[in-house]
Design a protein around this ligand. Structure first.
Ligand SMILES: [Cu+2]
Length: 455
């Protein structure tokens, strides 16, 4: 049974693996908790106005209840443990068991009431980024409301005046709380479900952490030099692929709550920016792109027709943002003969190996010992070898044979004969080689370095 069925069969008051309620009190709405980092199926609305739910990449949407015509949600700010990728868990702060917190979905015109309970060791407040609301609901601790002290619950209530894509995050001890992973998405669907309708509607936040190799808690005073670059607190190869059927109209909404900009680049199609956190972009103001820069504190919605089958890379174009922690502060050693020094260090440190004399690509193949709870700098295997990527990278998988409603990972693309680049002077790759391994073989997995236990 998937989570959606589970919720719809038993209402919001459910208990399941990874989903537990902690609100026994009479009037507070349930505060579901979910800790699984796998992308959850879209949460179809059970009551209220109809809408086409979004897919939160490696995340979930927050169930709600209707009370006297008001949509009620319950967010709990609390410490969480998040698996950034197999082999590494981070101690973060988030909402309802996860970082980022669950996506809040509602409809233009809805009146919503959000209960925020603070289970952090310090005070907090929640700002509803981009939403037009009464000043006292804006969530700026000290400016528009008192801080929410640990153990207290505050209530926010306002009407959603416009449809679009927005974010929520603390406006209290902001640098620390955002560096710890506190953030989430708000999607306000249009009143007319056919307005700008798409077949696939993905949302995720661009976020970043600074966690030293071997550690689990982010450094909270880092200004710019973060070392783990994430989509929704996940790094490649643990970010799920975006699976589409050939011909689907696809929207991807990405919000940036890091401290630097991210030029998001998609291979294989042209797209248009159709939305910002200020609203929808009129058709006359759009132009074709293959990369769009998402600045700090911005959201961009891009749309395209998935008309070319394949496994299309989708990533931040800053190359150090597609690397994990080990890629930082490494000296350039291209052209440096390290033979002599390797021999000498090897006498002191038996595991020591020279790196980087011919570039860094060898790190994608090599299995070298790492501290516990640390990811390789580049990782992930594709059908043709190591991808030499980490961080903000995933794959848009477009297939002809996706059955309606079944968007499970289809495995690697099977290239038509004669459509894969081949080595000059050799035979063109055989059909077998071109088709790559079977879907269940080489799925994107973090490889566990030899002698390294994951926790
Ligand atoms: Cu980036």
């Amino acid at each position: 049974m998937d989570r959606r069925q589970f919720l719809s069969r038993s209402g919001a008051a459910v208990l399941g693996a990874g989903l537990v309620t902690r609100v026994g009190a009479a009037s507070l709405p349930e505060a579901p908790v979910f800790t699984d980092p796998a992308t959850q199926p879209p949460l179809a609305p059970r009551e209220g106005r109809p809408y086409n739910p979004v897919i939160t990449l490696n995340g979930w949407s927050l169930p709600w209840r209707m009370k006297d015509g008001v949509k009620e949600f319950h967010l709990v700010a609390e410490p969480v443990v998040r698996e950034l990728a197999p082999g590494m868990k981070a101690r973060l702060w988030g909402y309802n068991g996860s970082s980022p917190g669950p996506t809040i979905e509602c409809v233009e015109g809805d009146r919503i009431r959000i209960f925020v309970t603070n289970k952090l060791p310090e005070h907090t407040a929640v700002h509803w980024h981009g939403i037009l609301l009464p000043n006292g609901m804006d969530g700026v601790g000290g400016l528009t409301q008192p801080q929410i002290k640990p153990g207290k619950t505050f209530v926010y209530e306002f009407q959603m005046k416009k449809s679009g894509t927005f974010m929520y995050h603390p406006h209290a001890d902001e640098m620390v709380q955002m560096a710890m992973g506190m953030m989430g998405f708000i999607v306000v669907h249009p009143k007319d479900p056919d307005f700008m309708r798409v077949d696939r509607d993905f949302v995720f936040l661009l976020n970043a952490f600074d966690i030293e190799p071997g550690a689990a808690t982010p450094k909270v005073n880092t200004m710019l030099d973060f070392n783990l670059w994430c989509f929704n607190s996940r790094v490649f190869p643990a970010i799920d692929p975006l699976v589409c059927r050939t011909g689907d109209r696809v929207r991807i909404r990405a919000g940036n709550l890091t401290m630097t900009n991210h030029p998001l680049h998609l291979h294989g199609v042209d797209f248009e920016v159709t939305g910002t956190d200020g609203g929808w972009v009129p058709k006359s103001a759009r132009w074709p792109e293959v990369t769009t820069d998402v600045a700090v504190g911005q959201m961009r919605a891009i749309e395209f027709i998935a008309d070319a089958p394949g496994d299309w890379a989708f990533h931040c174009h800053k190359s150090h943002h597609t690397m994990n922690a080990m890629g930082h502060d490494v000296p350039t050693l291209i052209g440096v003969d390290q033979h002599d020094i390797t021999e000498r260090i090897g006498k002191l440190v038996p595991d020591y190996m020279e790196m980087g004399s011919k570039g860094m690509a060898e790190m994608g193949e090599m299995e070298m010992p790492l501290p516990d709870n640390t990811l390789p700098m580049m990782t992930g295997w594709g059908p043709f070898g190591p991808l030499e990527m980490g961080g903000m990278f995933t794959v848009v998988k477009v297939r002809d044979d996706v059955k309606p409603g079944d968007y499970r990972d289809p495995g690697w693309f099977k290239h038509p004969q004669g459509t894969v680049a081949w080595e000059w002077g050799c035979d063109a790759p055989s059909a077998e080689r071109q088709s790559g391994p079977a879907a269940d073989e080489h799925t994107l997995k973090a490889r566990k370095p030899t002698g390294h236990e994951s926790h």
